[in-house]
Design a protein around this ligand. Structure first.
Ligand SMILES: [Zn+2]
Length: 304
């Protein structure tokens, strides 16, 4: 692994720049997955199943051996770029998408990109303050992150796919990123499927795909179809995460605390569980919605 890493270099101003092997893996894996999947239905099933198994195995390996890996974040970025590229340059030329629909999708993508950018920016700002407070003690939800190698107040978890710690300081942006990503993926998927498949109208307003049996006859149709299936699968996972975040914030508990709850409490959505950090539904939401940088930094300095 070290030899491969050492040999992977790209020409750069002032000398070749070394790039991590794990970070470039998604750049080849995602296009290969979509190209193979667009051959036929069986290739779609085979490729997507293989990628799920590959991700499950490789993520364990990376988390254990390369905890600072950028693999997951590059996967998110590459997926976003490739799916947008396919939509703009393969689906749009079918001339089935209206300009307003394209603008609406671009707005959702812009919302997602801005949410992720601000989420990471806030995390970096808070981490740099924590850097100067290295002697701070853990407790009262001040937790250290092995990946970011920092201590943060009210830390919830480290999101590998966005490559940053999630806590009260950026949870609102995390939820908004999940919302925009879910909306953009499901909307683009619907637009693509109704362009490449035979559509029908539900309640005379909503256009849904009906018959997709001809999509593998033309490469462009097949590629558009599998990109829509991939978008829909990711959107379904993100929707579950989005709903989980809504429940956790409403309850005032972290993901770690949720995991420790017994099954019976989880089935009751944690409503009857003892929640020492919860300040009530409205206050819990107010805390993450009205997070003010300066105030929280001062509070953080006082806490530590
Ligand atoms: Zn972290």
């Amino acid at each position: 692994m070290a030899t491969i890493q050492d040999r992977l270099r790209i020409p750069w101003n002032g000398g070749a720049k070394q790039i991590a092997f794990d970070a470039v893996l998604p750049v080849f894996t995602i296009p290969a997955m979509l190209l193979l999947a667009s051959i036929s239905l069986w290739w779609t099933i085979f490729t997507f199943s293989t990628v799920v198994i590959f991700l499950a195995l490789i993520s364990r390996f990376f988390i254990k051996n390369i905890p600072h890996t950028k693999f997951f974040f590059v996967w998110t970025l590459t997926s976003l770029i490739i799916l947008y590229f396919i939509f703009e340059f393969v689906v749009i030329p079918f001339l089935e998408i209206l300009l307003e629909e394209n603008i609406a999708l671009s707005v959702l993508i812009f919302g997602f990109v801005m949410s992720v950018y601000l989420m990471k920016k806030r995390s970096k700002e808070l981490s740099s303050i924590a850097e100067s407070q290295r002697d701070c003690k853990e407790g009262d939800r001040i937790e250290s992150c092995n990946i970011c190698q920092t201590k943060l107040p009210s830390r919830d978890h480290h999101c590998l796919w966005f490559d940053c710690c999630i806590g009260n300081h950026n949870r609102c942006l995390f939820i908004s990123a999940l919302f925009f990503a879910t909306s953009a993926l499901s909307y683009s998927s619907n637009l693509t499927l109704t362009s490449v498949c035979h559509p029908f109208t539900l309640y005379r307003t909503i256009l849904l795909p009906d018959d997709c049996s001809d999509v593998y006859k033309l490469f462009e149709l097949g590629l558009s179809f599998v990109s829509a299936v991939y978008s829909l699968a990711v959107a379904a996972i993100l929707l579950l995460l989005f709903l989980r975040e809504l429940i956790l914030v409403s309850l005032g508990i972290t993901a770690k605390e949720w995991k420790k709850l017994p099954l019976t409490s989880k089935l009751c959505l944690g409503i009857f569980t003892n929640r020492p950090h919860s300040k009530g539904f409205c206050q819990n939401w107010a805390e993450i919605m009205c997070w003010s940088g300066r105030h929280s930094y001062e509070q953080f300095n006082q806490e530590v």
